[in-house]
Design a protein around this ligand. Structure first.
Ligand code: NAD
Length: 442
């Protein structure tokens, strides 16, 4: 019999997971509390940007294998495996993760499940959550039901979400007494058949694998950015430094790009939630280095704002600034905790007129900060600019030539916030250009 799967929460992770599960041949129902999102998805329209996903969504909505609903009763009756993919954002009042969406979705499932079911958490959660939820299930499940819980953290990258879901580097599941393993192996059989490493472990390890991976990646980025602070002061070439240490296979070159730092809906809140969680466990010093990782990361934004101010004669008021890129990374429209958007807003708050162009991020950024001037091309954004900043490394910006903007800007000054432009070439064509890691006297 075809596996019947529900995916609870149809955001970046859930919509991807749902469409990919349909691609594997299952009957899938996606559930969300956001009706506008549901309407779009049900019409085969992806409400965010993710390469390759619109095609999968359209294909499986059209075939009827992928449906959407806001009814927990419908998913409880129509699926045997429920993936929880709701958000776990940082709480407004602390560094901890807001667990109300995860708890709310599990409570709603428990109200409706009457038979045998497997609940599989995919959201990134503080260690101990799954154990707590399994106790909740034991206490609150309806009489006659038989519900197992597993934790199957997700490692997909926005921009590569489909590929990362269908061909992940590894599959990790946390289990209680081995329950759910057989069913998870059935779900992931086509992926396991590709020789994907499988790690079946306990609940706590599975939860920790995800936050450990993100803490490591964040640390790697801040590590190179700390060296960028040094080369900015003493001189030296941060890219050559990264290449040279990256040749060491124990280190590796990836995630060693000095820039404006990490952002998005995962790394910043995950390293903060991890610190908060270990403090709750009485280990207040254990993850102390992550506070430093966070601070180094946030200082990157300060550096770019200071550079901009300096290049504009220490007076931002009334200056025309062109910002290219507001998403936290290319190939995504996600502006959550985006360093690029933060920098644009800070320049605006200091009095600059900020024109913004991002290939996919304008709409989301405009919802958060409507007062920036959002336009539809690099050239439009650069009209009469006293300074141009490249803050997200979209290919469109990487491929820009110094002559592309030369005619429209007021002043040939540029901050290459992601270290992606050929600076000698730009300089040859009369630009003053600098960026992270480069000595620049402030
Ligand atoms: P998101 O905000 O895009 O999506 C969350 C969705 O859950 C929203 O559509 C929201 O309306 C819905 N929701 C909230 N409460 C609900 C409820 N009670 N019932 C049903 N739906 C509900 O968030 P996201 O980026 O998809 O992240 C989801 C989780 O996945 C987070 O824990 C995140 O850390 C983790 N994660 C995200 C990524 C990523 O790249 N985005 C990668 C790996 C892991």
């Amino acid at each position: 019999m075809t596996l019947r799967i529900s995916v609870i929460g149809t955001g970046y992770l859930g919509a991807t997971h749902a469409a990919c599960m349909a691609e594997l041949g299952y009957e899938v129902i996606g559930l969300d509390v956001d009706t506008a999102k549901l309407e779009a998805l049900a019409a085969g329209v992806l409400p965010f940007h993710e390469p390759g996903l619109p095609e999968l969504l359209r294909k499986h909505v059209a075939s009827g294998h992928l449906r959407f609903t806001d009814s927990y009763a419908e998913v409880a009756a129509g699926a045997d495996i429920h993936f929880i993919t709701v958000g776990t954002p940082q709480r407004a009042d602390s560094q901890s993760a807001d667990m109300s969406y995860v708890d709310g979705s599990v409570d709603s499932l428990l109200e409706h499940i009457t038979g045998e079911a497997l609940i599989v958490g995919k959201s990134t959660v503080p260690v101990g959550t799954a154990r707590r939820l399994s106790e909740k299930i034991a206490q609150s499940a309806k009489q006659g039901s038989d519900i197992a819980l597993a934790w199957n953290p997700e490692f997909l990258r926005e921009g590569f979400a489909v590929q990362d879901t269908l061909r992940p580097d590894r599959l990790v599941y946390g289990l209680q007494d081995g329950r759910g393993l057989e069913l998870l192996r059935k779900v992931y059989a086509p992926i396991l058949a590709l020789d994907t490493p499988e790690i079946a472990t306990d609940l706590e390890t599975a939860e920790l694998v995800k936050v450990a991976a993100n803490a490591f990646l964040a640390t790697k980025i801040s590590f190179i950015n700390a060296f960028a602070e040094v080369t900015e002061t003493v001189g030296g070439d941060i890219k050559v430094l990264a290449d040279a240490i990256g040749h060491d296979k124990r280190i590796g070159r990836r995630f060693l790009n000095a820039g404006v730092g990490f952002g998005g809906g995962c790394l910043p809140k995950d390293i903060r939630a991890l610190q908060a969680r270990v403090s709750e466990l009485g280990l207040s010093q254990t993850m102390g280095f992550l506070a430093e990782v966070d601070q180094i990361n946030l200082r990157r934004r300060d550096r770019v704002v200071s550079l901009a101010s300096h290049m504009l004669g220490n007076e931002l008021a009334g200056k025309q600034v062109c910002v290219l890129g507001v998403t936290f990374k290319p190939d995504s429209d996600d502006v959550r905790d985006s360093p690029a958007l933060d920098i644009a807003v800070r320049l605006y708050n200091e009095g600059a007129e900020v024109s913004v162009y991002d290939p996919e991020g304008n709409a989301n950024a405009a919802r958060r900060f409507p007062r920036l001037n959002y336009v539809d091309s690099c050239k439009e954004a650069a009209q009469k600019a006293d300074l141009t900043l490249v803050l997200t490394e979209w290919n469109e910006f990487r491929e820009m030539n110094p002559s592309d903007l030369a005619d429209v800007v007021a002043s040939k000054q540029l901050i290459d916030g992601r270290n992606v432009l050929d600076r000698p070439e730009w300089r040859k064509q009369g630009w003053t250009i600098t960026g992270p890691g480069e000595y620049f006297e402030l």
